[in-house]
Design a protein around this ligand. Structure first.
Ligand code: ZN
Ligand code: ZN
Length: 177
């Protein structure tokens, strides 16, 4: 499995989020190095005017493929995929993506809470990277791999993998593919 996670901002960089993720992700993926790559511009072709949102799959595909690396794209926009009104994130085998817009209290007319916002971004990043390392959704609502369709669910779960998911993750991390 890829020994490297590359963080790539799409569009304007939020340095606070970037450094928070770079600092905290290694704790959850033992033996994996986290590297920060240069940002890339938001691809205008991924904007869907009728929905006033970006197409998540289009953004995911626009991320570069880096050999032996799981790419985590971070974008401060609102994304959707076909069949869903919005998504917090998206994952394929070697590319993952998180969308920050809906992780802020302000999006819902609530007072800002910066530490909560950073925590949510970290949980979503761990969740999507977990998928790319072979984990599926977990029935345990406290496990980071639990599917969250609302911020209440995101806030309920911890940043940690449950025992079962952690076991699968550690096994996958030791595979040499
Ligand atoms: Zn998921
Ligand atoms: Zn789990």
């Amino acid at each position: 499995m890829a020994r490297l996670i590359a963080l790539i901002f799409i569009g304007e960089v939020n340095f606070q989020v970037l450094s928070y993720l770079a600092e905290n992700l290694p704790r959850f993926f033992p033996g994996i190095l986290v590297r920060v790559e240069s940002p890339i511009p938001v691809p205008p072709r991924c904007w869907v005017p009728s929905r006033k949102q970006f197409d998540g799959n289009c953004i995911l595909e626009s991320l570069p493929t880096l050999k032996g690396t799981k790419v985590l794209g971070i974008i401060d926009e609102d994304l959707f995929v076909r069949g869903l009104n919005f998504i917090f994130g998206l994952a394929s085998y070697d590319k993952t993506l998180i969308a920050l817009a809906r992780l802020r209290n302000e999006f819902y007319g609530l007072p800002p809470n910066q530490s909560l916002f950073l925590e949510r971004a970290l949980k979503e990043a761990i969740h999507e990277l977990g998928h790319s390392y072979g984990l599926s959704h977990c029935p345990d609502p406290r496990c980071v791999m639990h599917f969250s369709n609302s911020l209440a669910e995101t806030d309920l779960k911890g940043p940690d993998f449950c025992k079962r998911c952690k076991g699968i993750l550690l096994r996958n991390l030791t595979l040499d593919t």
